[in-house]
Design a protein around this ligand. Structure first.
Ligand SMILES: O=c1ccn([C@@H]2O[C@H](COP(=O)(O)OP(=O)(O)O[C@H]3O[C@H](CO)[C@H](O)[C@H](O)[C@H]3O)[C@@H](O)[C@H]2O)c(=O)[nH]1
Length: 341
């Protein structure tokens, strides 16, 4: 990646989050000229400044993607953009769906238009499996972000706009695994919603690799996904108990608002237009024109292709789950704190 980054200016929206930090670490290994962290929260920027103290290539920009003028100003002279700013929590977006509209849809449209106006050459937008056949406000808003990116990705020749879809990132802020660890620390039972619910699992490094894969290889309107294994929540809870050598019990609490039993990383229709790239799949935009009189007659959904779901992908067994979990730095540090008590 170093060649295309040399002497370039890169902006990360939502740059203080876990993806932002990991991407900054990767970018600092290149000869890029500047990394701009664009986000709303001055305190989180202060913490990041302390974490990367003395790193002259990082600059900090307070702004909000909901405000077109602030993102437009920040993007002046920028070459590449990673768009990670979003409202990501399913339950809170259910209760405040218009906030998801404002950030994930209108904010993303601002990032896309400001990138095109500033002649940014590549823009990668971070999406989620919840955007496929969405049932909750978070997924619906991300689905529309993808549509906006694909629509402008088709027409904006100077800016390559692509998306990536994450599965669940292990130990991401506010997610179930840190919750389980905190419940264990308090001697409480692990609360599981529906034992049979499955989720695709990936770690932060894999999620960042996926963004880089799209950044380097996407054509306008592409969506990249990473082939990922999955687990059901019951097995995940058992694996957490086993690696922590604890048994505070398990309490089934039932599903939260608008949760899916399983997630879909790619629909059968998308898979029909996909390119297998080994670890990754590239889902091309449907680039037909808005004129169906001249299209070929083979535009049918292939009945033999299933959606790619967290139910039909590879399921991690207990040993594999424990191995995957033990590789996560935050879990390692939680375990060492537990043993030192
Ligand atoms: O107390 C709990 C809380 C959650 N779960 C279950 O654990 C799984 C994962 O839940 P998380 O809250 O960790 O994650 P979500 O699947 O709801 O969504 C997460 O993954 C998304 C990607 O698909 C986005 O990254 C989003 O920001 C993030 O919240 C779900 O099946 C959920 O029902 C429990 O069993 N018990």
């Amino acid at each position: 990646m170093n060649d295309i980054l040399s002497s370039k200016r890169i902006l990360i929206t939502g740059g203080t989050g876990s993806f932002g930090k990991e991407m900054i670490r990767r970018l600092l290994k290149s000869d890029c000229e500047e990394i701009i962290v664009f986000s709303r929260d001055e305190f989180k920027q202060e913490l990041l400044r302390a974490e990367f103290s003395g790193e002259a290539r990082i600059t900090y920009f307070i702004g909000d993607i909901r405000d077109f003028s602030s993102i437009k100003r920040a993007l002046y002279g920028v070459n590449y953009v990673f768009h990670a700013a979003a409202l990501k929590q399913v339950p809170s977006c259910e209760f405040y769906p218009f906030e998801a509209v404002k950030t994930n849809i209108i904010g993303s449209q601002n990032v896309i238009e400001a990138s095109i106006e500033n002649k940014v050459s590549r823009l990668v937008c971070l999406s989620t499996d919840k955007a496929v056949q969405p049932v909750n406000a978070m997924g619906m808003s991300k689905a529309l972000m993808e549509k906006l990116a694909q629509s402008r990705g088709r027409s904006s020749k100077g800016t390559i706009i692509s998306c990536v879809r994450y599965g669940n990132v292990i130990y991401s802020r506010g997610s179930v695994i840190p919750l389980f660890i905190s419940q264990i620390n308090q001697g409480k039972p692990l609360t599981i919603t529906n034992p049979n619910m499955t989720r695709f699992l990936m770690n932060l490094s894999e999620a960042t690799d996926l963004v880089i894969e799209a950044f380097e290889n996407a054509e306008g309107g592409d969506i990249f996904i990473k082939k990922a294994p999955a687990s059901n929540i019951h097995n995940l809870a058992i694996a957490i108990q086993r690696i922590t050598n604890t048994d505070t019990g398990i309490q089934v609490i039932g599903e939260r608002h608008s949760e899916k039993l399983y997630e879909v990383l790619a629909s059968s229709q998308e898979l029909q237009r996909s390119q297998d790239r080994g670890e990754y799949l590239r889902l091309s935009a449907d680039n037909r024109r808005l004129d169906y009189t001249n299209q070929s007659e083979d535009n049918f959904t292939d009945n033999n292709i299933d959606d790619y779901t967290s139910h039909n992908t590879k399921q991690l067994n207990q040993d594999e789950l424990e191995k995957v979990l033990l590789e996560i730095p935050e879990i390692q540090s939680s375990l060492s704190k537990m043993t030192s008590i």
